[in-house]
Design a protein. Structure first.
Length: 270
């Protein structure tokens, strides 16, 4: 990433285009923010808790000569979603892309239901699903005006029914359904797609299960998937940026970024 050159800005009459990326202090969100910055976009960097990491993400974008706006907001709170959107409009007068990347989970496993009390379940849905909807609702008039695009960061959990917890699986299944619904509802002005990664090599997963368990899961994933690898944050970010900037006739797509996990058996691998 550091060796990539800054591309010519994707300009409008009001200046460079604007991308708002939730949860962009770390991982996929930070990688996505930097890729937009390297394309000359203005970038809204959002965080709820990871302020120091978000400031590092902001600095990386500014070193790529991009204008940035750092906003602390909890997407589970509708007032925060509206305030973040309004801050971007006050700053630059437009929003061209929304990336709903903010997400949380509880690493409870597939059958440990006792760890999934109502409060935990509702909090996960509140960030992962309701938060995405609230951000879309807040940004919708501006995206319609700019004929922009939305990418929801989902997961193979939503289509395969596997993941860190039943609440997480449910939240990502709901995001997939929301993506399909809104792709119809917001057409033709706004395109709405989702990326559905499998295992991603981020701190988020390591922090959740510990390094030893993460290493075991990663090794099992590499053995079980046809391509034999996990995605990096940059792999996912590239797909997000492509969906927004290049896939101009694509909407309602749930793009699997799982190294072929959804194909099932890997017995045909050589």
């Amino acid at each position: 990433m550091a060796n990539q050159t800054v591309q010519e800005p994707e300009m409008t009459a009001q200046g460079p285009k604007v991308a708002l990326i939730t949860g962009s202090g770390t991982g996929v969100g930070a990688a996505t923010a930097l890729m937009f910055a390297q394309r000359g976009w203005r970038v809204v960097i959002n965080y709820s808790r990871s302020e120091s990491e978000a400031r590092q993400s902001q600095l990386a974008c500014e070193q790529a000569e991009a204008d940035t706006l750092l906003v602390r907001a909890d997407v589970a709170q509708d007032t925060d979603c509206k305030a973040m959107t309004e801050a971007a409009i006050r700053q630059w007068g437009r929003i061209d892309a929304l990336v709903n990347n903010a997400g949380i989970t509880s690493f409870a496993g597939p059958s440990n239901w006792d760890a999934q009390d109502a409060e935990t379940f509702q909090r996960i849905l509140g960030v992962n699903t309701v938060g995405a909807f609230q951000m879309i609702r807040a940004c919708a008039p501006h995206l319609r005006e700019s004929r922009g695009a939305i990418v929801n960061v989902s997961s193979v959990a939503g289509s395969l029914g596997i993941g860190s917890s039943v609440a997480y699986v449910a939240s990502k299944g709901a995001i997939n359904a929301l993506t399909l619904h809104l792709a119809r509802a917001m057409a033709p002005e706004v395109r709405v797609n989702a990326v559905c990664p499998g295992l991603i090599t981020t701190r988020w997963f390591v922090d959740g299960v510990g390094q030893e368990q993460y290493d075991k899961i990663k090794a099992a994933n590499e053995q079980a998937t046809p391509l034999g690898q996990a995605s990096s944050p940059e792999d996912v970010a590239e797909a997000i940026v492509w969906l927004i900037t290049s896939a101009r006739t694509m909407t309602g797509e749930l793009l699997q970024l799982d190294a072929g996990m959804h194909l099932g058996s890997t017995q045909t691998r050589r």
